[in-house]
Design a protein around this ligand. Sequence first.
Ligand code: HEC
Length: 141
Amino acid sequence: MKHAKWGRVLLAAALLGITGAALAADAADFGKREYDLKCASCHGLTGKGDGYYKPFLNVAPSNLSVITKKNNGVFPLEYVVQSIDGRGAVKAHGPREMPIWGRDFALEAGEKYFDVPYDGQAVVRARILALVDYLNRLQVY
Ligand code: HEC
């Protein structure tokens, strides 16, 4: 009986340790954290376009792991930045199934830094570039 209890305590401790390590790794990988929180719901954890919301959308979320493959082996940096920040005219972005992240990030920065001077453009740019860097790492060849 006593042993079973300790077993459970050890198991819980081990699980906490693993989760803690995973969270710490994610915290260091800013782009991955942003992606997992803001994009994976539609585009899926590995970018294949198989996120949870897929069945509820009129236009299927793109497979983001083949952006480079579709562009003859070159990662189209400016196109990807503009698809994310909302400047890019992506077809399904007309009435936009794909949210306009540039605006969302700017609003969030305003809420967070309302009482200190900050460079809104730089905050938005940094978050988008972290995401783009992570997308570049999701590419399959
Ligand atoms: C509500 C669902 C949804 C969320 C959340 C979402 N997207 Fe999208 N995204 C879409 C859809 C739908 C398309 C397809 C647009 C089309 O085919 O015209 C798309 C297209 C894209 C494209 C263009 C891909 C291509 O091959 O042309 C990029 C890049 C992209 N999304 C990145 C992101 C990133 C980065 C995030 C998170 C910050 C994100 N998306 C979050 C729905 C979403």
